[in-house]
Ligand binder design. Structure first.
Ligand code: PAF
Length: 279
């Protein structure tokens, strides 16, 4: 049975009792509209913890676009059914006023890894994300936290913040879960039309094609330019970025490197898609 808690004091009392009896507590932070990608994070969390908390909070502070916030899918009842079936102990689903009470005045701002890509295209997003994640770590008091590699830059930002602030939590990155046709699972995929949904997996195929070219020694710039042209020809919308970068520092790479990662963000219809793969 999954207990739903909306109040952080109640949550902290529960977690303190678990910890007193020596239990390891894991948290999976989410914004809800759960899919198999989230459930695989829960599975890893369950394998590595004695008790698992999933948080659902659509964090207004990390949306730089009010339309995206308004349209973000919300299905708490359905999510709860999935969490029950997945054996989650607590669903923590606070209201906005519980997370940001009157007088809330703190922003966590990570520099460096936040600058390129999402940082350029979604001003303020990472401040909002880092602030709420720090807040959720404090509210849940968990010992480990599980994040998907699909949001690769987000994962690097969270790891940087935890190191820099000596937060007593271990951050675990978990592989991206894909549909059978290669499309990375995302809560936003439900907003794709049938035609867009049919085209969407081409993104992953094209990323793999670029990776193969880079491994074969093709120059980075020309491999990326060919991919951009192919994406446009297939019918994808504006590409915010398609970059080859160091997986950890996110510095741009000019030639193949072992830890290199291809990262992309583009639009397809009304939906902004992101994806990344190791090269
Ligand atoms: O990845 C997400 O769903 C969100 O950015 C997170 C980590 C739950 C913070 O709101």
């Amino acid at each position: 049975m999954t207990l739903v808690i909306r109040n952080s004091t109640e949550l902290q009392e529960k977690v303190a009792a678990w910890k007193r009896s020596g239990m390891l507590v894991g948290v999976v932070p989410t914004m809800g509209a759960l899919h198999d990608g989230h459930l695989s994070l829960v599975k890893t969390a369950r394998a590595q913890s004695d008790r698992v908390i999933v948080t659902i909070f659509v964090n207004p502070m990390q949306f730089n676009n009010t339309d995206d916030l308004a349209k973000y899918p919300r299905h708490e009842e359905r999510d709860l059914t999935l969490l029950e079936a997945a054996g989650v102990d607590v669903l923590f689903a606070p209201d906005v006023t519980e997370v940001y009470p009157d007088g809330f005045a703190t922003t966590v701002s990570v520099s460096g890894v936040t600058a390129p890509m999402e940082g350029e295209h979604r001003p303020g997003h990472f401040d909002g994300m880092a602030t709420v994640v720090a807040k959720l770590f404090g509210m849940t008091q968990a010992g480990s936290a599980f994040f998907g590699e699909k949001d690769w830059q987000q994962l690097q930002v969270v790891k940087r913040m935890v190191r820099d602030l000596n937060l007593p939590i271990t951050v675990v990155g978990c592989p991206t879960i894909r549909e059978e046709d290669g499309l990375a699972m995302s809560s936003r995929n439900v907003r794709l039309s049938a035609e867009e949904r049919a085209l969407a997996p081409e993104l992953h195929r094209i990323l793999q094609e670029v990776a193969a070219k880079l491994r074969a020694g093709q120059a980075v710039e020309s491999a990326l330019a060919e991919a951009r042209a192919e994406l446009a020809a297939k019918g994808f919308g504006a590409v915010d970025y398609l970059d080859f970068r160091s997986g950890e520092s996110l510095a741009p790479l000019e030639a193949f490197a072992e830890n290199g990662r291809l990262l992309v963000a583009l639009s397809l219809g009304q939906v902004r898609m992101i994806d990344n793969i190791a090269v």
